[in-house]
Design a protein around this ligand. Sequence first.
Ligand code: IVH
Length: 695
Amino acid sequence: MSNKQLDLFSSCANNEEKEINELKTLTDLLLKYQHEYYVLNKPSVSDKEFDLLFDRLRFLEEKYPQYASENSPVKRVGSDLSSELPEVEHTIPVLSLDKAYSIPELLKWIEKLKKHSSASVSPVLIAEEKIDGVSIVLYYKDGILERAVTRGTGETGNDVTANVKTIGAVPLKLPEKVTVAVRGEIYLPLKMFAKINQAFDNKFANPRNLAAGTIRRIKSSEVSKIPLDIFVYEGFFEDIKISTHREVLKKLHDLGFRLNRNMMAFAESGNASLPAVDDFIKVSEMAEIASYITQEEKTKETLDYEIDGLVIKIDNIEDREKYGYTGHHPKWAIAYKFESSEVESVVNAIDIQIGRTGRATPVARIKPVEISGSVVSNVTLHNQDYINFLSLSVGDVVTVTKRGDVIPAVENVVKKGDPASPIWEMPKNCPFCEGELKPDGAHLFCTNDFCPERVKGQILFFASKDQMNIENLGYETVELLVREKIITNIFELYTKDFSVLEKYEGYAQKKIELIKKGLEKSKKKPFRTVLSSLGIPDVGPKVCQLLIEAGINSIDAIYEIAEKGDAEKLLEINGIGDKTAESFFKYFNDAAIRETIKKLSEAGLSMKNENAGSAKVSALFQGQSWCVTGSFDMFKPRTIAEEEIRKRGGDVVGQVSGKTTHLLCGQEPGSKYEKALKANIKIVTEQEFLELLKK
Ligand code: IVH
């Protein structure tokens, strides 16, 4: 080798050595930055700088894969390798908690603790929030995250290491070479949940289910897209002896874990083992514990994560061992559960509901239970994905809730009815017409236009109060008409002689006359209402109104656009998007539907807007911006009121804002009313509005 070659060689080798060193330094540095960002919430570098360093590390790891650390921050992006979530044994017992459901019950438990204590003073207690997430155990060996395992049975759980590594707040490498098992709760912040669940067709009843579903996903790259977070709350160190829980928490904090700092230590004034002020955890008098709990129950509403109670634990680790364990829970801790709307029930059957659009929805028929004041016996299961997520079979014991919203949801299977029974599956055919169920997105649809269940749904919608408002035609009559095949299509409401009902019990001449009258009256409804009553998917009253205002104000005008497939014409209307346009074309180019509309027209229903073009009648509201809220006696749907405003030159907006000048306020107004009050916006009642219109 020449000297020159030798030089070059050594400079290359030098360079390689330098890059490998850089790789190692960058690994540590980026781990530190991630910790600052995810755990401390105090980043010391900008996102841009972080990304630059991150890309550099990724480059170096690709160049020197043999030097890439198992715990590199680059691994947090997740991999596409599919893992089968193998079952592994826990090396610590992963116990559950005993529960108290009321403050007296909790105080009784504390009294019992005192009695069994060998010490002269009562033990120090720590109250932590009980995070409603997914329980996880993180196993570290010599400071390296080796394994993350779900709670599972408590003895064995699923190995979800690759997935957990994508959670930014989970340290991959600790600053000390400690061997420790850390218990914590993985959760999804509430604000994120609302946003992400929408993308899943709202199939998750709560953030816990979404977090649980995510952590079990096969592809960790999918997991990395969901911003899961973690709080840790227990540490079991192999070699380090720590005497109190407070010190364990402090140690975990110092090792870089994310802790929930909403906690409180309680001690009796004579207890010298706890200083009155602790630099890590606040201290209170034992007598304050009840009021602390009451306070926390209120605080719950302000948090960005769900808690379902508090966990009260003995602080002294040696004492803990003295109290001991049952097979299920430690005797040194208890969960104080907040009053919850979660109750258990049994799934007796799963039925299919077919809506007017044909969508097939599985519904659980459960043993009736009372939840937050009402009896629940039917609970929607959304679709097959949701059933798979729950691993639900008929006969299972489930928890049902009515959180925040009013719609009850099955949250979890707590006990399998028969462990051998398979997960329930959607049928292949519509249970009402035997027609094949066809998939569209996450749902199955019955596409048979003559399916009696669909027809029933269509008639009920068509006749409902906000649509054609067919008086005296109730649910039972519609059910009978469809069941007896008296009516197989909406238009037959107007062509069949309802006198045939006479032969059925409960249908006296008088009642039939009333129904006929209701039908006759409905014929006077304007075109806009006829159009929206057809129940065109994605075309509600608002879209119908927009169409009419845009001059598409007769069925002939509609057919012309549908035949030409003139999407432009629809999309140029503010408020009409691709989905609506697609649905519009599909609907109005369907021969069977056109036949129905023709028959409705022949029966005398309005097929064009009499108020042609909704021409301006005055400039009464010129320059004004109106918002409409609540329901009205004279304006049903309320788009009619909106049309009156527009006809007089006013703007109609969906939300109260700084620019809004008037709020037309009907019965049971929403939050818009309070907003308008605060913003000093003129509030107009229905009566006042009617007076204005007369001008
Ligand atoms: S301590 C042996 N602390 O609640 C120690 N658990 O119902 C037992 N949980 O499986 C656990 N927050 O997943 C503890 N601050 C907290 C907790 C907590 C939530 C969960 C945990 C456990 C379940 C028991």
